[in-house]
Design a protein around this ligand. Sequence first.
Ligand code: CA
Length: 232
Amino acid sequence: MKPSRVLIVEDEPAISELIAINLRHHGFEPIIAGDGEQAQRELDAVLPDVILLDWMLPTSSGISLARKWRSDSRTRAVPILMLTARSDEPDKVQGLDAGADDYITKPFSTQELMARIRAVLRRRAPEQVTGQLLIGALSLDGATHRVAYKGIELKLGPTEFKLLNYLMTYPERVHSRAQLLDKVWGDHVFIEERTVDVHVKRLREALGQAGTMVETVRGAGYRLTVMAPAAA
Ligand code: CA
């Protein structure tokens, strides 16, 4: 099997080199970029399997890069793991809102970093999403990774796509946050239940008019339902 390519976007060489050494030791192929421009050149050349993105970078911030790569069809599906020295909640949420799949707070242990990378790679394993699903006017094609509502294609991030795929596979059922973490995220050892809410919010936004199909069930979790007539 080809080693997974990990693009490290980090301006502090001491940190990026340490991460690279550890990645190589664990069978990954690390590529280092010191800033956004260099990272873009690497992305244009070969798409990595995962991006480790530092929050604080000299020219463009990690947040703005995450937003840019999420809106670009070429890089949209590449998982982004945000590296941040900050640990306060609003910033984490901002990172997830910008399109990061997960975040890790510096300083982190090598073991934790490897576990997180393996988790994001596992989440995007292609065999997990392959079928075609249709609920009302909402359709999802697992093979082509396309989601459409009333025939109009919608743009979803990789985590939102997996979340929608799961909800559409079991429509009308209520899923707790813990169940969603287990089924959609797979390895939820390091992920807080709050993360589910952030991705549900993003999913609703991405679905636009069909966003009301994702219902909050108070005290229980979330459910995908055929849009209620009142909301249509
Ligand atoms: Ca930095």
